[in-house]
Design a protein around this ligand. Structure first.
Ligand SMILES: [Zn+2]
Length: 207
């Protein structure tokens, strides 16, 4: 009987189907539901804050005492943005990444996840970049900020392994998400939206 108990309690989660390849690590803090190491000290973690779920993709540093802590290199995505990234954009990103490795390619992929967070893949760069951008006053175009992360091809592959696990974990929350653009029934409604039109929405608010 003792043997049976030991065997059953030791069965690791990682043995269950699609989760077998995911490297789950001890959550960094008490707000963290799930945390994975996708290589090179880059962690993907899910945290709850005031009823919302946020997915962090972040490099960790090691203190002199050997304790790992989250560095500033990374990005946090509200679950809605993570959903858009991992459902709507995933195939296009993979295609862009593959094409960008070809010598005669001409890839310049950019998709807005909302609130100035963009995912980009550029010809010649072997990574997927997820980053906050902003529009300096009087500038014509938005520019990249330091807030973000470039995931090299191998880390991107590992990142993708965490998707089905997180999807299962937050199924209910994901089902409840309704993209704002589905409710923009006219162009003005879209222009007034801070998510869709983050650099100019305030100029439309009072109209
Ligand atoms: Zn919107």
């Amino acid at each position: 009987m003792d043997n049976f108990l030991v065997v059953s309690s030791k069965r690791p989660l990682e043995d269950e189907g699609e989760e077998k390849d995911v490297k789950r690590v001890k959550p960094y803090n008490k707000n963290t539901d799930e945390e994975y190491d996708i290589g090179n000290d880059c962690h993907v973690s899910a945290q709850r804050h005031e009823g919302n779920v946020y997915i962090h993709i972040r490099y960790f540093d090691t203190s002199p005492t050997g304790r790992k802590y989250p560095s500033k290199k990374g990005i946090v995505l509200h679950l809605e943005k993570w959903k858009k990234l991992t459902e709507d954009c995933l195939d296009e990103i993979d295609k862009a990444l593959e094409d960008s490795q070809k010598e005669d390619g001409n890839v310049s992929y950019k998709e807005h996840l909302g609130h100035n967070v963009h995912v980009t893949v550029e010809q010649g760069y072997k990574w997927v970049d997820i980053r906050k951008w902003w529009k300096p006053e009087d500038a014509e175009n938005i520019v990249a900020t330091r807030k973000g992360i470039s995931l090299p091809v191998d880390l991107w592959k590992e990142f993708k392994k965490t998707i089905p696990v997180l999807r299962k974990r937050f199924q209910k929350e994901l089902d409840d998400i309704r993209y704002c653009y589905l409710d923009h029934d006219n162009q003005m409604s879209m222009l007034k939206c801070p998510g869709c039109n983050p650099n100019d929405y305030m100029n439309h608010e009072l109209i």
